[in-house]
Structure formats: C-alpha cells, structure tokens
Design a protein around this ligand. Structure first.
Ligand code: GLU
Length: 272
C-alpha cells in the first residue's frame, strides 16, 4: 500500500515552495491510489512559531488537501527518538562528541570517535559513519545518487548540543513509524537522503522510495524559504484556486487560468 506524507516545519505560513512540495506528494499519492499523511516537524522547538502549525493545517484544508488519520507532531515523539538512540548506542554506532561548533570543520574528522579527551565534556551525540557508498535511485529523474558519508558529512549529529533531537533522526524514526513508503519533497533535501538511508539501515528500518521535486526560486535566484521572506500563499478562495493551478504548472502540467474553486482545480488535475 502506497503511503505518502507532507512534513512541514511550523516556522511560519506556507509559501509557494512548500505548496509545491505538498502538491507534488499529494498528487503522487492520489494517482497511486495511496494514503497521504501530514506530520508537523516541530522537533526543533526554538524555531517553532506559535500558531504556525494550526495555520498550516488550516491552509492545507482551504487548499482542498485531505489527509488520512491524525496529524503526527514530532514534539510528542521524544521517547521514540531516545529509544532509537539507545538502539544505536547498543550497537556501538553512537558516540559522545565534545567538539564545539568552531572545532568542527566542514566534515567532522572523527575527533571524538574513540572516546572523549579527558578535559572534554559530552556536548552532542553523533552517528559513526563508514566509507561504503550509500546509493539510491531518485524516482523523479531515475538518477542514481551515490554518497560516501565519511567524505561528505562525516559522523553526523543525532542529538544536538542543546539537547534537541536532530531532524535526520526524527524524520527517519517517524517515516518508519508511520509506514511511509514514498517520500516526495523538494530537492533541497537531496543532500539529506543518503544520511537518512544510512540511518534506516543502522536501525533496521525499511527505506522508502524517494522523489525529489524541483525547488522554487525567487526573482533574485534564491530558494523560496522563510529565511528569504517568501510571501505566504493567499487565503482568499479564488486566489487559492489560481495558486494551486500555478503549483500544477510548476510541476509541468498545462497552465489554465481562472479555475473557480480549489475543488475544480483538484478535479481537473486528478482527471487529467
Ligand atoms: N520538515 C522539513 C521541511 O519543512 C521537511 C522534511 C522532509 O520532507 O523530509 O523542510
């Protein structure tokens, strides 16, 4: 059974780039007769914005998305993340790191791999990586992606200096917990996929299929994001229908203007 998901971080309202990810994963799920889940990735608590999660859910509803089952909040999942860390610890794959951010050059050199130097305190927890290439075939281009983690990211952080669980850990534990079979998301996350696959293998979890969608850039050539102050998508009904049509067009469908409602837009695309 196909099961997809949309996993926004509640750091602000949805912008056009996040809408494209939501639409891309929703269409893939619906056209495969699958389920589609929503997960609020509020694991990085200092970045959460009050009210953003409910605003995102309201926006998805207004845009005509229908999700299966209850919304999962990562802030309710800390025990599951801790127990995943414990599994890794028992296998000798997790180690305490005493490096501060400035000690860590681009690729973590494995300084603390063999135990902390005496004057060091444990600051974060890292996963031991190896030099076996991690590979996957991306569903959108059929391209083979390959990465040797010791060369690209090194032993990466699973529990941060501030005690928070890393996105990489939370996303892997929750995709498995929710039985996600197909991950469709922006290609800005391609850089994380091999780490996630490596972690799934270390935890004995299945690897979903991955499809990465083109990223939306603004007129200055920057990726739309909250950091670059991307505009929230409109909440008026007629504008929502047209914005949805623009998202379809961005994903390669014919552009049709003046779709009266979001329901008409979905009917048009799902019967296209
Ligand atoms: N929460 C992530 C974001 O908003 C998405 C994670 C994912 O789709 O794997 O960028």
């Amino acid at each position: 059974m196909y099961r997809g998901r949309f996993a926004p971080s509640p750091t602000g309202p949805l912008h056009f780039g996040s809408l494209v990810s939501a639409v891309g994963s929703y269409l893939d799920a619906r056209t495969n007769g699958g389920e589609w889940l929503v997960r609020i990735e509020d694991v990085d608590t200092p970045r959460n914005v009050t009210g953003a999660a409910s605003h995102i859910l309201h926006t998805l509803d207004l845009y005509g998305f229908e999700w299966n089952g209850p919304v999962l909040y990562q802030s309710s999942r800390f025990e599951a993340y801790e127990s995943a860390l414990e599994t890794l610890r028992q296998q000798g794959l997790l180690f305490a790191c005493g490096c501060s951010r400035k000690d860590v050059v681009a690729v973590h050199a494995g300084t603390c791999r063999h135990g902390l130097a005496q004057e060091m305190e444990a600051r974060s927890w890292r996963l031991l990586v190896d030099d076996v290439p991690v590979e996957f075939v991306d569903q959108s281009e059929g391209h083979l992606h390959q990465e040797v983690l010791t060369e690209t990211v090194g032993d990466f952080v699973l529990k941060r200096v501030d005690g928070l669980y890393a996105y990489q850990l939370a996303v892997v534990v929750d995709d498995a917990f929710q039985g996600v079979t197909n991950v469709v998301r922006g290609s800005d996350l391609l850089a994380s996929t091999c780490r996630q696959i490596y972690l799934q293998r270390a935890l004995g979890l299945p690897t979903p299929k991955y499809k990465h969608l083109p990223v939306v850039f603004d007129e200055h050539g920057e990726k739309l994001s909250k950091q670059t102050r991307a505009q929230p998508i409109p909440m008026e009904k007629q504008d929502a229908a047209n914005t949805l049509m623009k998202a379809f067009a961005f994903l390669g469908y014919r552009h049709v203007e003046n779709m009266p409602t979001v329901d008409d837009a979905w009917r048009w695309i799902l019967n296209a």
